[in-house]
Design a protein around this ligand. Sequence first.
Ligand code: PLP
Length: 412
Amino acid sequence: MTNKGFTTQLIHADRQLNTIEHGGVHTSTTQSVLFNFDRAQDLIDVFQGKQAGHVYSRSSSGAVTALQNMLNQLEGGVGALCFSTGMAAIASTLFSLIRAGDHIIVSRFLFGNSRSFMNTLADLGVQISFVDVTDVRCIEALYQPNTKMVFCETIANPVTQVSDCEAIGRFCQEKNIVFMLDTTMTPCYIFDAKKVHASLLVSSLTKYVGGHGNVLGGAVVDSGLYDWQTFSNIHAEYRVADTSQWGLTQIKKRGLRDIGATLSPDSASRLSIGLETLALRMSRACDNALQLATWLNSHEKVDKVYYPGLADHPQHFIARSLFSEFGAILSIELAPDADPCVFLDRLQLVLCATHLGDTRTLALPVASTIYYENGPDGRADMGIAENLIRISVGIEDIDDLIADFEQGLNAQ
Ligand SMILES: *Cc1c(COP(=O)(O)O)cnc(C)c1O
């Protein structure tokens, strides 16, 4: 199936990857937490990883495994694990792999909650450096013998800085450290993470994969490009025969099983259905975003538009080389005399809401909401203006979207 197109592969591979009962086209979900074995030896073999199967649904279940297989196949990885949320995927992965005394280099423009989680890791004795990931030289300058990992996002939100992924991938390969990349903004339909040599691809499935604002989920996919035999933090019991599975085995046991932020089978099923239309929604939303950004960029009430698809975006050329489309998040700063709240209240089609990657277009004032906790200095450090408005572009008809923004802006 891998020679087929993205969506063909996606909507038909389920039947090949999994045994689905009675010809059903979706993997069935179970409410069962436990799994019975007729032979005790089978239970023992599943526990010891010698036989495939499920023993307790905190660790694995059918619908979750089906989704994991699909995500892994789309990324061309060596395995995937799902979690209850994107934050659970990120936190569990880092808790599993990083120890006190390790140093990690992290993007200065990280998603707010990921950045906040770094404070938790710092409290536990992990050394963290925040850097400008649009320039690999900033990362190179911070490398130390105890550096274990670089963690950044493909496109940061809300200001849409684009990480220099190719150069970062080369650097991590050279230093033999893990390159953990949050690909939430650019799902596999528009970005091939293996091409930039990323080791671990983490993402929030809540966004573009689910796509409809009705389910939370997260994932980590191992691209297979990092040699875990050289990673000193893998415990003896997780050094399984297949060395490509060392990292994921430790994340599965220490992160998923022990921390327990498991994706429910019901959520997995909903995410799988969302995934089927990822390409359709993503290309429509990206098209809309480019048109809307271009339109906003020439509007007199708009001072600034941040969108990697615009030729004057500082990382436009990096974005062109990395992604087949430029994503569907853009941010704007209104002219100084315009009140962001008045503008947002005027919008009729566009929802004033947090969240992104939805079918509907969403907008929110950034400084007073999702980056409120960071304070003015923290926001300045991340390049977030006090009047910044983030827009997550949906799949509405573009003429209707532009008309809504036009009436909202003209009232200013
Ligand atoms: C939303 C988001 C997360 C967290 O995902 P949840 O599913 O909401 O926990 C992590 N990274 C990025 C880039 C996100 O946009």
